[in-house]
Structures are given as C-alpha cells and as structure tokens.
Design a protein around this ligand. Structure first.
Ligand code: RTP
Length: 149
C-alpha cells in the first residue's frame, strides 16, 4: 500500500500540535508505520531539501528545520500522498483552506507547521532518507473496517 513521509516541523512541535496532527491522520484511517522524535543536523536538512537549494529562502528554511526537534513519520493508506497533502493544506497558509492543518494553524509560509511528500516517488526517497532501516511491518486489524476487502 502507498506510503508517505510526514514531518511535524519545529514550530508544530513547540506549539503543542503533535497530538492534533497525528490524530487527524489516524482518524482519517491511515496507519502510522514509523515515528521518530529527533533533532536534525544541518547537512541532513540540506539533503532533505536539496531540490530547493537554489531558492533564495533555502538557508532560512534549513535554519528553521534545525531550530528544534521534529517528528518524522511514515503513514500508509490508499492515496495517502495526495490525501495527506489535502489534510495538510496549501504551502502558503493564506491559501490553505480552513479545516486543513496549515489553514487552521499557520500564518506564514516560513512557519507552516508540517511537511508532506508531494509525490509517491518523493515519498519513497524521503522514507529512505529518514528511515534507512525501513518502516515497521505492523498491520492494523481495523483494515476491513476502513477498506472494502
Ligand atoms: P514541504 O516540502 O515543507 O511540505 O512544503 P511544500 O512541498 O508545500 O513546499 P515547497 O515549495 O517544497 O517548500 C518547502 C518549504 O519551504 C518553505 N518555504 N519558504 N520563504 C518562502 O518564500 C518559502 N517558500 C517555501 C516552506 O516551509 C515550505 O513548506
């Protein structure tokens, strides 16, 4: 089944939003397959955001990501990449619909609480980077109540 990489950024952790964010993904019916509470090294943050290295905001983005602990997670489910991005909301919080995480909790693009993989391919890449030993093999017994099997 499809998997995505989700990270609660340092502002989301500091503001006490971890429980709420995890709850939104759980209640939707997605499975938590991996989770780490960790501080990120500068070089690791640069690697994660390597595609944005030419952007003028890159240095500030890296400072932001290393400014405090983050929660790195793997979530699994049908269309979890796209649906996860919908739960998160638009990158620019003023464009994010109310009811989304960024629509409800963020004001600035540079403090937008959460990251989610933007494609299945990038999801695989990011999971490989953050969870080199792979996500857990745990299987939920709620599966038939969430999916028509
Ligand atoms: P993310 O990777 O964090 O999920 O964000 P995204 O795909 O929605 O957006 P992306 O364009 O990949 O940008 C990555 C993160 O960079 C920060 N950003 N700052 N100061 C700025 O103009 C600016 N633009 C983007 C945001 O934290 C964004 O999530």
């Amino acid at each position: 089944m499809e998997q995505t990489f989700i990270m609660i950024k340092p502002d989301g952790v500091q503001r006490g939003l971890i429980g709420d964010i995890i709850s939104r993904f759980e209640k939707k019916g997605f499975y938590l397959k991996g989770m780490k509470f960790m501080n990120v090294e500068r070089s690791f943050a640069q690697k994660h955001y390597a595609d944005l290295s030419a952007q003028p905001f890159f240095a500030k983005l890296v400072e932001y990501i290393i400014s405090g602990p983050v929660v790195a997670m793997v979530w699994e489910g049908k269309d979890v990449v796209l649906t996860g991005r919908r739960i998160i909301g638009a990158t620019r919080p003023w464009e994010a619909a109310p009811g989304t995480i960024r629509g409800d909790y963020a004001v600035e693009v540079s403090r937008n609480v959460i990251h989610g993989s933007d494609s299945v391919e990038n999801g695989k890449k990011e999971i490989g980077l953050w969870f080199p030993d792979g996500p857990s093999e745990w299987k939920s017994n709620l599966h038939p109540w969430i999916y028509e099997v």
